[in-house]
Ligand binder design. Structure first.
Ligand code: PLP
Length: 400
């Protein structure tokens, strides 16, 4: 992927997204699944493209993953699903992972989306809507059942299989085509929680089968489980972060290096902004709001066209760096809504118009690495958090 000569008419900040990197990541996951499943068995991939495709753009990310062979797509709500359909994804299965709110049933049907049912009472609501839309549906309405196996966030309790089976027997316009759960700490190998969730999930599946209820496609694994917990793969896996190029922070930490070796990924997104202003300031000058940085020597301060309204965390104030001319330039003072001050005193030749890398691909092998994951670690958060923060006003430039 080669960085383009970016010419923007407006504000000088942009995200470069490598469609090739997204496809390569999907291929690497596919290879890993195939290499670790018995011959003749194929685990499907549901590409999670919620949260504006983890900041990469829902439609563009979904297109890249579809091209690379993803079978299913996961969004969080009906609106994200509708956006995906309206971008040209007409027929591929799209699962609404977080379910629906009463009143959304018709638009889910109208756009051929598959809702997750997270509460037994929702079955009757869906049944009513599906019965009304009988002609449009041409067959029973598909849904997936989400079981809460211990995360205590969303899903039917494992002991409600009776309620599900009894209610469904009375819902001729519905068809259960999948059953899933979500892992709370799949990257933590010092915790028993994933094993406990797996045991609860298997027991729930048995309880369904005992009631003559076929669970359909069974799925459980998120990123860390896709890489490191083959026992959770079942019929389909639901990778998010790894599709975009980021391995999780495992416990123990060494496991991340193993994951990187086992499944090599490419960070697909680079966030860049230009230096738009520069000044020399004397020693002991305040920089930015509330003078939260004071120069300890005569300094050259550059201003980049990036701020928290672009989705750059204000917690980077007086913390962290950007990369200018392949060198680290410290962020100085408070990250403001639209501008960030950086200290370029030691960067020879730095000038207005230079491109600063906030995160992403190095300009050359000798340039410092600064992926989203490096900044996320500095801030004590996860890559997905910083990726989803990148705001709408940042143009996304897709590289092929
Ligand atoms: C239900 C569900 N499945 C899969 C994922 C993907 O998770 P990750 O990005 O950790 O792979 C998410 C993300 O939060 C999710 O909510």
């Amino acid at each position: 992927m080669k960085s383009p000569e970016v010419k923007l008419a407006g504000r000088q900040i942009w995200a470069e997204i490598g469609a090739g990197a997204l496809q390569n990541n999907l291929h690497a996951i596919r290879d890993h699944l195939d290499a670790n499943t018995p011959a003749g068995r194929r685990v499907k991939i549901l590409a999670v493209v919620k949260g504006n495709g983890y900041g990469h753009g829902t439609a563009a990310a979904a297109k890249a993953f579809a091209k690379a062979g993803a079978e299913w797509f996961g969004v969080t709500c009906s609106q994200e699903g509708i956006d995906l359909r309206e971008s040209g994804f007409r027929t591929r299965p799209v699962l609404i992972l977080t379910g629906f709110w009463p009143g959304e049933e018709n638009r889910i049907i109208d756009h051929n989306l598959i809702p997750a049912v997270t509460d037994c009472r929702q079955l009757r609501m869906l049944e009513k809507a599906a019965a009304r839309a009988k002609r449009k549906l041409r067959g029973p309405m598909a849904f997936h059942l989400k079981i809460d196996t211990g995360m205590n966030r969303l899903g039917v309790p494992p002991d409600s299989m009776d309620c599900v089976a009894r209610t469904l027997a009375d819902c001729p316009h519905l068809r259960l085509t999948g059953t899933f759960t979500h892992l709370a700490s799949s990257e933590d190998f010092t915790s028993q929680q994933s094993d406990e969730q797996l045991a609860v999930f298997k027991k729930s599946l048995d309880a369904m089968r005992a009631r003559k209820l076929s669970p359909g496609l069974v799925h459980m694994a998120n990123s860390a489980a896709v890489i490191s917990r083959p026992e959770t793969w079942f019929d389909m896996v639901r990778p998010g972060a790894i599709l975009y190029g980021y391995h999780q922070n495992y416990t123990p930490a060494q496991m991340r290096q193993d994951a990187i070796r086992q499944v090599p990924l490419e960070a697909a997104l680079s966030l860049r902004a230009r230096i738009v202003s520069m000044r020399d300031v004397p020693q002991n000058s305040g920089v930015g709001y509330n003078a939260r940085f004071r120069t300890s020597q005569p300094s050259r301060i550059a201003i980049i066209a990036a701020g928290y309204a672009d989705g750059i965390s204000r917690s980077l104030s007086n913390r962290g760096h950007v990369v200018v001319r392949e060198q680290l330039a410290p962020i100085v003072g408070t990250v403001s809504m639209d501008l960030i001050a950086i200290d370029v005193t030691n960067i020879e030749g730095a000038q207005v118009g230079d491109v600063a890398r906030i995160y992403g691909r190095r300009e050359s092998p000798s340039a410092p690495q600064q992926d989203v994951s490096d900044v996320a670690r500095l801030l004590g958060t996860v890559s997905s958090d910083l990726l989803c923060m990148i705001s709408k006003r940042v143009p996304r430039i897709y590289l092929h």
